[in-house]
Design a protein around this ligand. Structure first.
Ligand code: B12
Length: 215
């Protein structure tokens, strides 16, 4: 099967919530040497968009959203070993997390995996992360960069709060802040005082590399 055909079938399997078929096709894609980045953008992300559309159109309900989320998570985790960066000296440190009130973590996890593959040390605070936890992590780990993710329009406002709390704690100037997630835009990032916005994980990692002088 051609590369495009395989990725289309994988996308369809995810959209149709076929757990076993998705895993099998993802394994086949890896075995064929298709780069994990392509599997993510051309199959996982586009399938999730389609599932999101079906949810909006009331063709799918929360239970379907949950199953699609589980499949997306499992397949991204399966790809992780193929993305691992070398064990040589790290090029920088990044604290990442999905903001308070938001449980969507697939995109954040993919960003984290790609950062590691690019040679960054990643401290992942998980999802539903309150502003204080971001501040504490910056104080304790002294990262170069803070990366925040939000998938809900009601939680994206929390990103601005985190930036304000970093300012209050006197550590805002010590880190670069990058944000991402489906509802985020370049304009929003500028408005809340973030230093960068990644429309996807690949762009995000490129920005981070440029910040630490490795690109
Ligand atoms: C799977 C899913 C879920 C799963 C999440 C599982 C998990 N572990 O993540 C579950 C079932 C838990 C869920 C719950 C809900 N969901 Co939901 N969910 C989705 C869905 C279908 C896919 C999200 C996803 O994983 N996409 C794939 C990843 C790879 O894409 P991504 O996250 O955008 O990440 C990429 C980039 O954005 C970027 N990126 C992401 N973060 C970052 C960070 C940085 C720093 C950078 C640089 C880049 C970056 O890189 C990634 C890869 O390139 C979306 C639909 C959609 N179109 O997004 C709805 C969606 C986000 N959900 C939605 C809703 C409404 C909900 C619920 C409120 C439903 C409900 N009634 O309860 C709850 C909220 C729960 C909560 N408090 O968070 C709405 C949001 C609407 C809105 N405008 O706010 C959406 C858009 C669906 C829709 N079309 O209506 N959901």
């Amino acid at each position: 099967m051609s590369e495009v055909g395989l990725l289309t079938r994988l996308k369809d399997a995810i959209v149709n919530l076929d757990f076993d078929g998705s895993k099998r096709l993802a394994q086949e894609a890896v075995a064929k040497g298709i780069p994990p980045n392509e599997i993510i953008t051309k199959a996982i992300s586009s399938a999730m968009e389609e599932v999101g559309r079906k949810f909006e159109a009331s063709e799918y309900f929360l239970s379907e959203l949950i199953v699609a989320g589980e499949i997306g998570k499992e397949i991204s985790q399966m790809l992780q070993p193929y993305m691992k960066g070398s064990e040589i000296k790290k090029i920088g440190k990044v604290v990442i997390g999905t903001v308070k009130g938001d449980l969507h973590d697939i995109g954040k996890n993919i960003f984290g995996m790609m950062l590691e593959a690019a040679g960054f040390e990643v401290i992942d605070l998980g999802n539903d992360v309150p502003a204080e936890a971001f501040v504490e992590a910056v104080k304790n780990h002294k990262p170069d960069i803070v990366g925040m993710s939000a998938l809900l329009t009601v939680t994206m406002v929390e990103m601005e709060n985190v930036i304000k709390e970093l300012e209050k704690a006197g550590v805002r100037e010590k880190v670069k802040v990058i944000i991402g997630g489906a509802p985020i835009t370049e304009e929003y990032a500028k408005r809340i005082g973030a230093d960068g916005y990644g429309k996807d994980a690949v762009v995000g990692v490129d920005i981070c590399k440029a910040w630490v002088g490795k690109k």
